[in-house]
Design a protein around this ligand. Sequence first.
Ligand code: FAD
Length: 439
Amino acid sequence: MPDVVLYWLRSDLRLHDNEALAWAAAHGAAVLPVTCFDPRQFGRTALGFPATGPFRARFLIESVADLRSSLEELGSGLAVRTGLPEQVLPVLAAECGAHLVVAQQEPAPADAAIEEAVRAELDADGRELRLFWGSTVVHRDDRSAVGVDDFRVRPPLSVPRAFPPLPNVPLGRMPALGDFGLHAPELDRRAALEPRGGEAAGFQRLVAWMWTSNALGAYADPPTPERPTPEPSRLSPWLAHGCLSPRFVHAQVLEYERRRVRNAGTRAFVAALLARDACRWAALDGRLPALESPAASPAERRRLDAWRTGRTGLPFADAALRELRLTGLLGHDARRDVAHQLVHDLALDWRLGAAWFASQLLDHDACISTAHWMAAAGLPDGPLAPEPRLDPLAAGRHLDPTGATIRRWLPRLAPLPDATIHDPRPSQTPSGEWVERTM
Ligand SMILES: Cc1cc2nc3c(=O)[nH]c(=O)nc-3n(C[C@H](O)[C@H](O)[C@H](O)COP(=O)(O)OP(=O)(O)OC[C@H]3O[C@@H](n4cnc5c(N)ncnc54)[C@H](O)[C@@H]3O)c2cc1C
């Protein structure tokens, strides 16, 4: 049995259904859970955006704080460090005499590269990095069995009842947003939801949406003019940070099907969870490129800035991009709409839009985002089928038939009648140049 085990947490910020954590709890004589706030995640990108915007940074800090107090309740704790994991972990392992570091494997190319850097540093010191799986419904080792209606899902693991003691090292203080040069974002009363980070808040949202509102059974209901899309779960921020295990969410769907109803809605929701899995398989199989921001000429930069600040003149897309900037969230169809607008109408490299999404989204997930941006760009070598070009104006009219979304996020357009509210504003010059405008 290993004496001291270091358990390195990244996007698995939970106690429930956590293979690496369960293994460490069962095998370590002493276990030090540790998470690193990696400066690469918090600096500025080459385009000048924060790599992690304030909504996601706050969510992450809340999630880590929630996990720290849950581990304390189990008689353990959580070490928190700011620094590069490949530098921090070998030092910490030496400090507490750990020969083994365990972690959940992350398939996105940038995360996998950091894993390799950590492994190399540990190897050089005669220490080991052991990776476990935990970010999909279907286990990595079972995926050959996946069929449309026939796939094996392992039962979720329960929370360990007790946890081995901590080795004697300082745990460190939690960082604040200001440490990353960020300010606390203000609550926008128009936000559909203001998600709080952490496992407890994730459970609450799951219960509220699935069981209390009974929305799962209506997930595939046909659209109506008042409700063009069914109420989505908005679970993605908790899934992206691993506060909720996808396998646990899937088990809840099966429970709902047993106790309430099994219908097109419940099956469509399972399909959404499996679509998430598929993006991870693509990364695992090396079918996703690492995301790098390309250079932008001054004219491209102007178009990008008009797009990301919601000033392109296309009301629905502008409303959607303002919602993203002011809340950190956006519905799926609106994401597609603005992605197609950036790639096709504004003729920009998809990676510029993906970089903005990566900065702003509360639920940023490099595997899912890259797969969808490549599909929107029509790239034939991406993991999803290339999408035919979408007309963002027509799509906006379809998604927001009464103009309610436009009125919510662009209040100056509110007095316009439904018939013209979607009409493009004159922001594009006759030569096709997009100019910034203020609304
Ligand atoms: C350009 C673009 C970028 C995107 N970037 C991200 C991202 O960074 N992170 C992210 O989680 N999702 C991303 N998505 C997929 C999707 O838009 C979000 O998962 C969804 O809007 C989250 O809302 P929800 O939790 O209410 O989803 P629900 O509809 O309630 O679905 C439940 C869960 O299933 C998964 N899911 C749903 N739809 C998809 C899908 N099409 N592909 C993969 N997984 C899915 C998500 O984990 C989601 O939380 C992107 C889509 C597009 C078009």
